[in-house]
Design a binder for this molecule. Structure first.
Ligand SMILES: Nc1ncnc2c1ncn2[C@@H]1O[C@H](COP(=O)(O)OP(=O)(O)OP(=O)(O)O)[C@@H](O)[C@H]1O
Ligand SMILES: [Mg+2]
Length: 330
């Protein structure tokens, strides 16, 4: 297995799932990685923001159509405005997409039927270095079907009371929902839309950062995405922050997040592959990966300032950044 499949999920609406999905996709694409963005949200925000909406409408190619026809993804992807990003576009039809699978084991259909119908990931992995799935704000059968084939999931939150209230419950629910996918792991809770000078936000961040002590297997990304007016501005222009040329602090944060996500995903896939090889040799060994990922040391706390960040620090140094402290509200 070499292509991470990453699900963005949270039952709360408006917490940065789509913003994270498109900006991470954009950052990976800029590094030359081939990205498949799956918009599993009937609102189709990611599709439009990445510039694939008109192409999908013009060609009639939508994720929901591939699902309805249980046909391989290749025939339904559309280009985005960004080289290296292809899209399985969102549409209203997703609301009914699950119906045809009612009563069937979710790991056998929907996403699987479209992404690897013949049980092999080879076709997908030959085309893409990473798959990012944006979802709607509810953990329903569609999201659980995505979880059944994903390697990891990211839970974006804003550091506000309502955003955090259901978080413990959500993570437990996803863990216990039984995605019937032994590989699926929480890559991290991602704090976004942060205003560093706001004391309430800082308190919330402390609370979120304490989750790993409360729930086994929970990780919180070191990177915190700052609040930036350029998110709304780039959304309006149907661009990612990177394309739009948004605030340096915002684009730097997504770049550092991409490093963090990639490091976790790469290590996770290495563990899956090692375990799979070991299990093939010794069938009594079962994969139990979640507890091992924190060995990466990515939960340790470090803070540097925006000035340090812009002073040409190396990627390794930048990976240690958790908060870009000053002047993020542009
Ligand atoms: N870092 C940020 N700075 C400023 N505004 C932000 C930031 N991140 C997200 N937003 C704004 O918050 C709103 C919600 O973001 P987004 O659409 O990414 O959330 P979502 O979780 O995908 O929502 P939904 O549940 O409806 O799919 C948007 O208006 C977006 O512009
Ligand atoms: Mg969204």
């Amino acid at each position: 297995m070499k292509t991470p499949i990453i699900l963005l999920t949270n039952e709360k609406g408006g917490v940065g799932k789509t913003t994270t999905a498109v900006n991470l996709a954009s950052e990976f694409a800029q590094r030359g990685r081939k990205v498949l963005l799956i918009d599993a949200d009937f609102q189709a925000n990611a599709t439009n923001q990445i510039g694939a909406g008109e192409r999908a409408a013009g060609s009639g190619k939508y994720f929901a159509k591939a699902v309805a026809e249980q046909a391989p993804f290749m025939n339904y992807v559309v280009e985005s405005n960004i080289p290296n990003i292809q899209v399985l576009a969102g549409s209203q039809e997703l609301k009914n997409a699950y119906r045809q699978f009612a009563g069937k084991p979710r790991e056998t259909h929907m996403f699987k039927a479209v992404l690897f119908p013949d049980d092999s990931r080879a076709e997908l992995e030959s085309r893409y270095d990473i798959v990012i799935i944006d979802t709607h704000p509810i953990v329903d059968q569609i999201v659980l079907s995505a979880g059944a084939i994903a390697t990891g999931y990211i839970v974006p939150v804003f550091p506000e009371g309502p955003s955090v209230d259901g978080l413990t419950w959500l993570i437990r629910e996803i863990k216990e929902a039984g995605f019937q996918n032994p590989h699926l792991t929480l890559y991290g809770v991602l704090i976004g839309n942060h205003m560093p000078k706001n004391a309430t936000y800082m308190k919330m961040i402390d609370q979120i950062r304490s989750f790993p002590q409360q729930i086994e297997g929970v990780r919180v990304f070191q990177t915190i995405i700052p609040h930036s007016a350029s998110v709304a501005a780039s959304n309006t222009m149907r661009m990612t922050a990177l394309e739009y040329g948004g605030s340096k602090q915002l684009t730097s944060a997504f770049a550092i997040l991409a490093d963090e996500v990639w490091a976790i995903a790469e290590e996770h896939l290495r563990l899956i592959n090692d375990r799979t090889a070991a299990a093939a040799a010794e069938p009594s060994i079962t994969p139990a990966l979640i507890e091992e990922i924190p060995e990466l040391g990515l939960n340790s706390v470090a803070t540097v300032s925006a000035t340090d960040n812009q002073a040409g620090t190396s990627r390794d140094d930048q990976r240690q950044i958790i908060v870009i402290e000053e002047d993020v509200i542009d």
